[in-house]
Design a protein around this ligand. Structure first.
Ligand SMILES: Cc1cc2nc3c(=O)[nH]c(=O)nc-3n(C[C@H](O)[C@H](O)[C@H](O)COP(=O)(O)OP(=O)(O)OC[C@H]3O[C@@H](n4cnc5c(N)ncnc54)[C@H](O)[C@@H]3O)c2cc1C
Length: 322
């Protein structure tokens, strides 16, 4: 038995959430007394693959097939399931990222495995195999018991952290057969909406809502985000009104994120918005209404007019940086 972890990369560089998945999978492997194998799909350089040893992977399977250069949900799921069979892995771990959300159930079906998606902690193996996961769009936790022989765990980004546990790593090429059935929908081109930090991967996010009155006021949001090295996001009405691109819309019907820092400016905190951001580590709310529901989930709250508070924050950050 071993544990297999799928590690995502973007343009050949592993994502932070990928390293986190490796660190988590290593802790799971230690818990059940086995070794960890990682799988990488697409074109990734040898030294980047070797870096996975830093987080505890003893072996890395590298799948470099030309047809898998870009993400193909069905084909990636088949390859990961084939790798699990080859390695005799009973547990497959991956990040509950945008791609992971599509992959995890497919892998589980292929392996006839139980699935815990949105995991936030290591499994409790004291009497069975129980995984704590988010439920109801992050409004609750569920403890799920996986009773199947094989198990798939999709870890929520930022739930475990990136922990180093250096191990000697062996890199192996893996060339499974890829069925034409798995390549019926392929991505031909990717056009980036922005060169800035990608929202799902961002450590810090500065987000604006309808309280900002109009798109002309986003200069201060962008300036604050630049100073913090943060991505920008927005509430649904803001993207619906075309003040900001739809790619920035977070919440139940938008992107779900869990950065280390989420700054919500002029956003009321409706449950549909919170559904996508409430698992952020630290939430800072700036709102002129002390009764705004967002304050109930905030770690830090500033009651004040965004047009006074944000410029002062920018000033203070600039002074701090200088
Ligand atoms: C099925 C469904 C799905 C939905 N999905 C989503 C989703 O994914 N994401 C999402 O965001 N919403 C979603 N919504 C909409 C959601 O219910 C709210 O309507 C929306 O989040 C409100 O956006 P807002 O907070 O920007 O605007 P508002 O509710 O108008 O709030 C504006 C806030 O700004 C504050 N404010 C005003 N002026 C200032 C100022 N000068 N300084 C500081 N604060 C100020 C106000 O006090 C207020 O709290 C969904 C709704 C439905 C029904």
């Amino acid at each position: 038995m071993s544990v297999l972890v799928y590690v995502e990369h973007a343009d050949g560089k592993f994502k932070k959430s990928g390293f986190e998945a490796v660190a988590y999978a290593k802790a799971v492997a230690d818990q059940v007394g086995t070794t960890l194998t990682a799988i990488s799909i697409g074109s990734v350089a040898q030294d980047e693959l070797s870096a996975l040893g830093r987080y505890g992977a003893a072996k890395v399977l590298s799948v470099g097939a030309e047809q898998l250069k870009t993400f193909v949900n069905q084909a990636y799921a088949s390859v990961i399931a084939a790798a699990a069979e080859k390695e005799g892995a009973d547990i497959v771990v991956l990040s509950n990222s945008f791609s992971g959300k599509g992959l995890a159930p497919r892998i589980a079906v292929k392996l006839q495995a139980g699935l815990a998606d949105g995991a936030v902690d290591l499994p409790d193996t004291s009497g069975g195999f129980r995984v704590k996961k988010t439920a109801f769009s992050g409004k609750a936790f569920a403890i799920t018991e996986l009773t199947s022989e094989k198990k798939v765990i999709a870890l929520n980004p930022n739930a475990f952290g990136v922990k180093e546990q250096p191990t000697d790593v062996q890199i192996e090429s893996f060339q499974p057969e890829i069925s034409g059935n798995d390549l019926k929908t392929v991505i031909k081109d990717i056009v980036r909406a922005t060169d800035k930090v990608s929202l799902p991967d961002a450590e810090r996010v500065v987000s604006g809502g309808r309280g900002l009155k109009g798109p002309e006021n986003w200069g201060m949001i962008e300036e604050l985000a630049d100073l913090l090295g943060a991505a920008t996001a927005c509430s649904k009405p803001v993207s619906d009104a075309d003040w900001r691109p739809h790619a920035e819309h977070v919440g139940q019907t938008g992107i779900a994120i869990s950065p280390n820092l989420y700054i919500a400016i002029g956003i009321s905190g409706a449950i549909q918005h919170l559904a996508g951001v409430s698992s952020s580590k630290v939430i800072v709310v700036i709102n002129k209404d002390p009764e705004a529901p967002f304050f109930k989930v905030a770690d830090y709250g500033i009651v004040g007019d965004a047009f006074e508070v944000v410029p002062k924050l920018i000033e203070a950050l600039k002074a701090h940086k200088a």
